[in-house]
Design a protein. Structure first.
Length: 510
């Protein structure tokens, strides 16, 4: 797991190479000949191999470089550089390393220019990871230069310790690098492990995986999907479950378990220990009758009250569809969900008003959405399945349904994953400027009053996005799939701090 990083400011394509090219040459000691009188004679220059520049290879523009130190034996060390390609036809042609003491110079070149290449109006973002072999290198500070861009790192010969929580006043749960549940407390100090049984198939025996943690407002309970697999002759037999973990007593218990269907989303009612959850659909639900799923097999939203221990149906499937992905409004008055109409992708948006006891369907999918703090507005992106590159951020009043696009049109890329600030005056969201195939995301905050936007940085594969209750911090995870970091963007200081090693952070918001 890579744990030391510098924020990559640009880039929308992720290109990973594994190249071990080291050229370590000690300069020869020069010989000083005796002076001899000679008569100049015509000479023929010796034949030499053309240099990279003479061969036409071109330097790739690098704008940012970082050194990432991982966990393992030997300890993996990579230099991750990002920038832009020379043109639309450029490919990486050559990577060279030169090591001189504690200085490591890396040259990255693209293939020769093609006169028939079409013009590039925007620039093709570029990212590469170049491994360093540090096994026999002396301990100490090192300087790395990539195509003129310099960075540095400290080589200790050991994997870094778990990063402590910076004093941002946050309590959050997340999936750690070991695939277990962890919690970081607002008081600071190192994160605390909640589970210890996560195991992969490679480890042998049972397979235990945790997903999608949700922490209660006060940080007392963590709910998470828990998949338990037992190897059998035909493969692996799973038991899917929704488990709740008490962070004070260490006790845990299942809320829902099923051998055929995993839990279909869950969320804590703000300010309570009431957990709403969906349970998926019957295997025969999509045997079409009359052009729609079988309403007789539809399931609703259930609730488990951790204080009383009671479990019951919370919202019935009044519209004839199974209900999934429950989401509470911040004031706890409304519970929204997707209606299961399609076998894949997001279903139509609907919600239940507990004050008026009404079920209100909108009859159209919204994609990823968020409630405004007072429950009067919905922000959404229409990302209902795989992105098509045209998604934008919209808002709509809960009652009159007049849609308004708030994010700007983009020449390339799409906007997604809106999240309201606690005061409802701003919306944070992500922009993928490179299109559906890109993994690079720009984090943006937009003022709803004047429409002004502020870019907070560019990150790879951002996952989850939540505001702290005081509006000072945005918490998210980002990085390569197998080495994500939990970040907190501090608006007071204007920096993103690495809070923990892991992904899928969920923030307590008392």
């Amino acid at each position: 797991m890579l744990v030391k990083s510098i924020i990559v400011r640009i880039g929308v394509l992720s290109v990973l190479l594994s190249l071990f090219l080291a050229a370590c040459a000690a300069p020869a000691t020069p010989l000083t000949p005796e002076p001899v009188a000679v008569t100049p004679q015509p000479t023929t220059p010796p034949t030499q191999a053309p240099t990279a520049a003479e061969a036409g290879n071109r330097p790739i523009q690098i704008t940012d470089a970082q050194v990432q130190i991982g966990v393992g034996s030997p300890i993996p060390v990579e230099v991750v550089a990002s920038g832009s390609m020379p043109d639309l036809c450029a490919q990486v042609a050559q990577v060279e390393q030169q090591v001189s003491g504690t200085r490591i110079e890396i040259e990255i070149l693209a293939n020769p220019a093609d006169p028939n290449c079409p013009p590039d109006p925007v620039g093709i973002p570029f990212r590469i990871a170049v491994p360093l072999n540090m096994v026999q290198m002396p301990l100490g500070a090192y300087t790395v230069v990539v195509n003129g861009v310099e960075t540095s790192f400290e080589w200790t010969g050991a994997s870094p310790e778990v990063l402590p929580v910076e004093n941002l006043g946050l309590t959050f749960a997340y999936i750690g690098t070991d695939s277990n549940l962890w919690i970081a407390d607002a008081s600071g100090g190192p994160p605390r492990q909640i589970t210890s049984d996560a195991a992969t198939m490679e480890a042998g025996g049972d397979i235990i995986s945790y997903y999608f943690p949700k922490i209660s407002s006060d940080g007392r309970y963590i709910a998470a999907r828990r998949d338990a697999g037992v190897p059998v002759t035909e493969g692996v037999q799973y038991q899917f479950g929704l488990w709740v973990y008490d962070t004070e007593t260490g006790e845990s218990r299942p809320v829902y378990e099923d051998a055929d269907s995993p839990p279909a989303g869950f969320d804590w009612k703000p300010g309570t220990h009431l957990l709403a959850y969906g349970i998926g659909s019957d295997p025969n639900y999509f045997i079409i009758r009359g052009g729609k799923p079988d309403a007789a097999l539809a399931t609703g939203i259930f609730a488990a009250d951790l204080d009383s221990g009671a479990s019951d149906l919370l919202v019935a499937p009044e519209n004839g569809y199974t209900l999934l992905l429950p989401t509470w409004s911040p004031d706890g008055r409304f519970l929204s969900f997707d209606e299961l109409v399609y076998m894949e992708g997001r279903g139509p948006f609907a919600y239940y008003d507990f004050e008026s006891q009404e079920y209100i369907p909108w009859d159209e999918p919204l994609g990823v959405y968020d409630w405004s703090p007072d429950g009067s507005q919905i922000a959404y992106d229409r990302l209902t399945y795989s992105p098509n590159g045209t998604e934008r951020i919209f808002t709509r009043p809960r009652l009159d349904g007049a849609e308004q696009q708030i994010s700007a049109d983009l020449d390339q890329g799409y906007a997604f994953y809106p999240a309201y600030s606690p005061d409802g005056m701003q919306i944070a969201y992500l922009i993928n400027p490179g299109g559906p195939e890109s993994l690079q995301h720009t984090l943006v905050v937009q003022d709803l009053a004047n429409g002004e936007t502020r870019e907070l940085g560019s990150y790879e594969s951002v996952w989850y996005l939540e505001w702290s209750s005081d509006g000072r911090t945005l918490v998210f995870s980002a990085g390569p799939y197998d080495s994500q970091q939990v970040y907190g963007y501090d608006f007071v200081n204007g920096i993103a701090t690495e809070l923990a090693q892991g992904n899928q952070p969920t923030l307590a918001r008392p």
